[in-house]
Design a protein around this ligand. Structure first.
Ligand SMILES: *Cc1c(COP(=O)(O)O)cnc(C)c1O
Length: 315
């Protein structure tokens, strides 16, 4: 964690959890989920992973980066999203990692394509790596934070601000922190329909909690410790907002690089909470990889060479 002194106020200190540094090859939040998910795929001895995402998915790219060295092929069913240079780069990097891309026109169509690829030799990972096992990677992260707080590396946060994309990250954090501290987790909704992802977040948090408290046999209540804010979504998933763009500029001055789809909207919410001054210690959880991208583009096709079928994935 790091304190951001220039962005803190007298009433609220703003800290950042640097999950952009979870790995030197490719960091961000997907690494913690894949730690659990890929161990399971390995334990099952599968030859393939079948997964799904939008064309710029960090989850698909991270799966490509980390599954290949384990000798597991990755097949990704991808759906369209608005075209940005970052999204184009992610698809090129997917192809460079040897990810087999199966284009779909919508998430409904994607379901059909996924179903046609499942089989005994395949392990299915849902959108964003957000099933219970993936979210448990963020229960691990919550315990790590609690240990760091106990070690005196930062005060106990009153509020953790984190992106709510497919829900696994916020869910695992809320479930994990419930046992350890008084912290409230605020999920900033960046995908739509908002009520669907918020529902996913809540049910994943319940699933994590049930798993974590299984042996004690008691059911703690996660609701008061997991909140949403959908006011930063703008026109929808992958659509930049003015608040997000302002937050990106502010973060850059403190040495943090944000992306318009996830972290810019979330950081905008964190800055507003600091301005409101109701929480003494606010922790912004930074989920975007900051590892150098060029190595992931070695062997990547140029954009002009990706073909008309895949080019349709850019809206
Ligand atoms: C996937 C992703 C998220 C969202 O995490 P979920 O667990 O899907 O809610 C946030 N930030 C970045 C940079 C991501 O790639």
């Amino acid at each position: 964690m790091e304190l951001l002194p220039r962005l803190s106020s007298r009433d609220s200190a703003l800290w950042v959890k640097r999950d952009d540094q979870t790995s030197l090859r490719y960091g961000g939040n997907k690494v913690r989920k894949l730690e659990r998910l890929l161990s399971e795929a390995k334990r099952r001895g599968v030859a393939r992973i079948v997964t799904i995402g939008a064309v710029g998915s960090h989850h698909v790219l991270a799966t490509g980066v980390y599954a290949r060295p384990l000798g597991i092929e990755v097949e990704a069913v991808l759906v369209p999203q608005p075209r940005t240079p970052h999204v184009v780069m992610n698809l090129r990097a997917d192809l460079a990692q040897g990810v087999k891309v199966l284009p779909a026109t919508s998430f409904a169509h994607a379901g059909v394509r996924v179903a046609s690829r499942l089989g005994r030799d395949a392990y299915f990972i849902p959108v964003g790596g957000s099933n219970r096992l993936g979210a448990l990677g963020y229960v691990d992260a919550a315990r790590e934070l609690a240990a760091q707080v106990r070690a005196g590396q930062m005060p106990e946060p009153d509020l953790v601000v984190v992106t709510l994309g497919s829900g696994g990250t916020a869910a695992g954090l809320a479930a994990g922190l419930l046992e350890e501290m008084q912290t409230v987790v605020l999920g900033v909704t960046v995908s739509d329909p908002a009520w669907v992802v918020e529902h996913m977040g809540r049910s994943l948090a319940h699933a994590c909690l049930k798993h974590a408290t299984h042996r004690e046999g008691r059911a703690a209540k996660v609701e008061p410790r997991l909140e949403w804010d959908r006011r930063y979504l703008g026109r929808g998933y992958g659509q930049a907002t003015p608040e997000g763009e302002r937050a990106m500029a502010v973060a850059a001055e403190s040495g943090l690089t944000l992306d318009p789809t996830y972290t810019a909207k979330t950081f905008a919410a964190a800055l507003d909470r600091v301005a409101a001054g109701k929480h003494k210690t606010i922790l912004y959880w930074h989920t975007l990889s900051s590892a150098p991208f060029e190595p992931l583009l070695i062997d990547a096709p140029e954009e002009a060479a990706i073909g008309p079928e895949l080019a349709k994935l850019f809206r």
